[in-house]
Design a protein around this ligand. Structure first.
Ligand SMILES: Nc1ncnc2c1ncn2[C@@H]1O[C@H](COP(=O)(O)OP(=O)(O)OP(=O)(O)O)[C@@H](O)[C@H]1O
Ligand SMILES: C[C@@](O)(CCOP(=O)(O)OP(=O)(O)O)CC(=O)O
Length: 419
């Protein structure tokens, strides 16, 4: 190792996407190793709109491991952070930064401490999978810093120890988390089914119904479900294995009808399993149910699915439209039903890829007021103003990347402290 007196700081910054499951993970067979009771499949969301940025740094001047999340220092003492740090450290190899004259050997990593700063560009712990993007980014960035020469699947198995769904954020496009058979979990990892270019007509609209922290975390919720729900056992043994095969086929063949049917049914079964839990868990609310009803009626009237819906452990709807044209229609219908409060501004009500608004013919708040009533609505005089906090328009996106632009680093390159 270079002389301690030199007090050098070495750092890596990475950006990692979040993901939304279209065949859900719900239930663990091993709580500590985070091993699931079934396979799951997700779509990675474009990091341009939803992502985590994490800077990790190492220096002989650091006297302990420290982390800042969204600007506030948090404790790293939790078992999940400790597992990720331990697993990556054990795979660290020699690092030689010629430019800075820094040499770190495999052995040095055991003694060196790290500083970590992370920022989610979307609400944390609100059912938008911040833990997925967060742990994937942490593991990916640490692996780069420590020169752990593992492939993305092996890194996914480490990210899994932080949060199950995080393992799927190590890849872009369409991703499967294979539950695996090994007791130690070595084969419980993510694989890419197809990259983000494979099915790039898809447009994703997220209706953020509530960005408040939820009442029952996924971890607690699924623990209660495993302990009390018989329906979960049926789901994991009989239903999901067949659905996974069908979903893989649907993705491979760009078969939107099957994709939508499977995604919607699986989301509904996941929420049914939550209701079958004792005490029952309610993640969706009236707004979520209104959105389901709108999409179901539209899909039925069109004769073939136009939009798929899926809901994680919260009331927010993730809507996947078959193409841009359908997405523009979807945005019109949603804005009619859930217009913003009168003091809102359009720019902060529709986030992400705002070009969809143009396709939908909406360029102002006044344009929202004069949208035509969707035929799926029984009573067009009833608009649910303010029930959706905001919308995010996005698409399937790429996997983790290393950022080289220093202006995006979250830690000061000289001190290793938050900027
Ligand atoms: N950028 C990050 N880096 C590391 N850990 C993070 C990051 N963001 C979130 N986390 C961890 O994830 C926790 C939130 O996870 P939780 O499962 O409650 O919510 P969520 O992931 O936003 O929602 P859901 O998983 O239901 O979609 C945080 O308390 C923190 O421990
Ligand atoms: C409903 C889900 O989003 C559940 C995600 O659960 P987490 O991955 O957040 O749970 P832990 O493994 O306990 O951290 C479905 C999914 O993403 O597959």
């Amino acid at each position: 190792m270079a002389e301690e007196s030199q007090k050098w700081v070495l750092m890596v910054t990475a950006q990692t996407p979040t993901n939304i499951a279209v065949i859900k993970y719900w239930g663990k067979r091993d709580e500590t190793l985070i091993l699931p009771v079934n396979d799951s499949i997700s779509v990675t969301l474009d990091p341009e709109h939803l992502c985590t940025t994490t800077t990790v740094s190492v220096s002989p001047a650091f006297d302990q491991d420290r982390m800042w999340l969204n600007g506030k220092e948090i404790s790293l003492s939790g078992g999940r952070f400790q597992s990720c740090l331990r697993e990556i450290r054990s795979r660290a190899t020699d690092v030689h930064d010629k430019e800075k004259g820094i040499k770190i050997t495999k052995k040095d990593w055991e003694k060196l401490n790290v500083h970590i700063a992370s920022y989610n560009n979307f609400p944390t712990a609100a059912g938008l999978a911040s833990s997925a993007a967060g742990f994937a980014c942490l593991v990916f960035a640490l692996a780069k810093l420590m020169n752990a020469n593992e492939d993305h699947s092996q890194l996914s198995a480490i990210a899994r120890r932080g949060s199950g769904s995080a393992c799927r954020s190590l890849y872009g496009g369409f991703v499967k988390w294979i539950m695996g058979k090994d007791e130690k979990g070595t084969d419980s990892l993510a694989v890419q089914l197809a990259d983000e270019k494979h099915w790039d007509e898809l447009v994703i609209v997220i209706a953020v119904v509530s960005s408040q922290q939820k009442e029952t975390s996924s971890t607690t919720g699924m623990r209660d479900t495993v302990e009390t729900s018989l329906l979960l056992q049926h789901r994991a043994k009989e239903v999901v294995p067949k659905r996974i095969l069908k979903m893989e086929e649907a993705i491979k063949n760009h078969d939107f009808a099957s994709f939508a049917q499977l995604a919607c049914t699986d989301s509904n079964q996941f929420h049914a399993v939550c209701l079958d839990t004792c005490p029952p868990i309610f993640y969706m609310n009236d707004t979520s149910h209104r959105i389901i009803s709108l999409v179901e009626k539209w899909n039925r009237a069109a004769g073939t699915p136009q939009v798929a819906y899926t809901f994680d452990a919260g009331p927010n709807a993730v809507l996947i439209a078959r193409n841009r044209e359908t997405a523009a229609l979807l945005v019109q219908k949603l804005l009619f039903c859930f217009p913003p409060k009168s003091d809102a501004d359009l720019n902060s009500f529709v986030l992400g890829d705002k070009s969809i608004l143009k396709d939908a013919g909406v360029d102002s708040l006044e344009a929202i007021e004069s949208l035509p009533a969707p035929p799926e609505i029984k009573d067009p005089s009833q608009r649910h103003r303010g029930d959706v906090s905001y919308f995010i328009c996005t698409r399937p996106g790429r996997g983790p990347v290393v950022l080289s632009d220093e202006s995006q680093f979250l830690l000061n390159p000289e001190t290793g402290l938050p900027k």
